[in-house]
Design a protein around this ligand. Structure first.
Ligand SMILES: CC(C)(COP(=O)(O)OP(=O)(O)OC[C@H]1O[C@@H](n2cnc3c(N)ncnc32)[C@H](O)[C@@H]1OP(=O)(O)O)[C@@H](O)C(=O)NCCC(=O)NCCS
Length: 174
């Protein structure tokens, strides 16, 4: 059973360069498995340059969850280059102690609203096939999904076209 966080205890806000140390500390608190599921890499410490890219507003939307002054989760929607046909990429990281409390779902809904605001008609996420929480999260969005396999990684594309037509960004939980 999912233990949901009392909404008022969590502050969601955009991340910026001033958050880099706190974001790095959150990554340090995560298990190897959590980092691997997010970045598909065995790196125990992420390069500063990668963290800088994640909070660069020119490259995407980055939201962090703050609880009592500590960052405990981050969600990213990265624009995928100049090619309009490539959907924006969703990346989520909830530190282990805060998983299974609804934070991943909450930030995804906020990022989908941002995608609709930016007129993206789809977004995608790269998911390890054994990543049950992420697959359940995406499946629970009640939106059309497309799954493609490539070299052990699943790309799940979330189709937002119907939502764009409805013009219901606000109903997605901003
Ligand atoms: C995947 C992740 C973002 C999900 O966030 P979360 O806050 O833990 O998940 P939520 O509490 O919002 O729950 C999402 C769904 O997963 C299910 N779930 C959560 N933890 C679970 C667990 N340990 N085992 C099985 N299902 C689980 C929930 O029940 C929910 O499904 P439901 O709506 O059908 O009940 C988080 O676990 C995480 O950061 N994992 C490591 C990084 C990662 O995998 N990123 C995704 C690839 S970019």
């Amino acid at each position: 059973m999912t233990l949901h966080v009392v909404e008022e205890t969590v502050l969601w806000r955009p991340a910026d360069a001033a958050d880099l140390d706190a974001i790095a500390a959150m990554h340090d608190r995560c298990s190897d498995e959590t980092r691997f599921r997010r970045y598909n890499s065995g790196l125990t410490r992420l390069p500063h340059r990668l963290l800088e890219r994640l909070v660069d507003p020119r490259l995407g939307v980055s939201l962090v969850a703050e609880v009592d002054g500590a960052i405990v989760a981050m969600g990213n929607l990265m624009w995928c280059g100049a090619d309009d046909t490539t959907p924006a990429e969703l990346g989520l990281l909830v530190e282990d102690a805060w998983q299974s409390r609804g934070l991943g779902t909450a930030v995804t809904r906020r990022l989908l609203a941002a995608a609709l605001d930016a007129e993206c008609d789809s977004i995608h996420a790269l998911v390890r096939p054994d990543n049950v929480p992420m697959l359940r999260l995406l499946g629970g969005l009640d939106l059309p999904l497309r799954r493609e396999w490539d070299d052990g990684t699943l790309t799940v594309t979330v189709d937002l076209a119907a939502k764009m037509e409805e013009g219901v960004a606000s109903s997605l939980g901003r």
